[in-house]
Design a protein around this ligand. Structure first.
Ligand SMILES: O=P(O)(O)O[C@H]1O[C@H](CO)[C@@H](O)[C@H]1O
Ligand SMILES: O=c1cc[nH]c(=O)[nH]1
Length: 237
């Protein structure tokens, strides 16, 4: 047990998929894992553990924003010994050639969060994905014939921004889209020397205004989950 997880010792696998939405965790457990059992219900942040192709995998809701995912990632690593953390989230796209429902592998995460500014005394840390996981996710996508984009994304502290045009400077520097957690996940994984990756499905578009429904964000985007699971179980090359 930890402060925000009531799983018993050993109930959470070393590999954990992390959707922000706890109901997406339930959807993944019910549709992708075998013999899935719920391991967490604290604060309704559902978590499950089952198997995928014979490998033990957990899926744990992480909530929205860097403060929330940081709580779960700290406890998963420190209290449950988790070693491979793959966020499966949604994002807004910054470029016209990145389409709604496209999948993005987040190679790095820029941010406006002040957490790392405080942590590193005003100097900049570059939060990056684990290369092996990124590589395996890319290969898994290729094998499945799914096109993916790989690049920098923006982990924002706000969903509703008072300066909606601010995204354009990130777009100009090649950042593919916006979500709210990856920079926190990558930083904490680096601190503890564990593997982390963020895989995102584009749920809405800042340029075109196109958007998916909240139900689709909860229950679909299966390509991303498949890629995450295949990357999670891939043997190191
Ligand atoms: O769909 P999830 O994984 O929650 O990710 C995105 O969706 C939420 C905002 O709607 C934020 O958490 C953002 O990062
Ligand atoms: O954080 C997010 C997630 C999806 N879409 C956005 O615009 N922002």
């Amino acid at each position: 047990m930890s402060v925000h997880l009531n799983a018993k010792p050993g109930q959470i696998a070393e590999t954990v998929l992390l959707p922000g939405d706890p109901l997406r965790a339930k959807h993944i457990a019910e549709n992708f894992l075998e013999n899935a059992e719920q391991h967490n219900d604290v604060r309704g942040m559902l978590g499950y553990t089952g198997t995928y192709k014979g490998h033990r995998i957990s899926v744990q809701g992480s909530g929205m924003g860097i403060p929330s995912i940081s709580i779960y990632v700290n406890e998963l690593i420190r209290d449950y010994g988790c070693k491979k953390l793959i966020r499966v989230g949604t994002c807004g796209a910054y470029h016209e050639d990145v389409k709604v429902r496209d999948v993005i592998l987040a190679q790095a995460a820029s941010t406006d969060s002040q957490i790392n500014n405080i942590r590193f005394g005003g100097r900049n840390f570059a939060p990056i994905a684990d290369f092996e996981l990124l590589h395996q996710a890319y290969l898994a996508a290729k094998r499945a014939g799914k096109a993916v984009r790989v690049g920098n994304i923006f982990s924002s502290d706000t969903f509703y921004n008072d300066h909606p045009d601010h995204y354009k400077i990130w777009a100009q520097f090649g950042v593919l889209g916006v979500e709210m957690e990856a920079a926190g996940l990558y930083t904490i994984a680096a601190k503890y020397g564990v593997q982390a990756l963020t895989i995102l499905t584009v749920s809405d578009h800042l340029v075109t205004g196109e958007a998916t429904s909240s139900m689709e964000r909860q229950t679909s985007f299966n390509d991303m989950v498949q890629i995450a699971l295949e990357a999670a179980i891939a043997e190191k090359e």
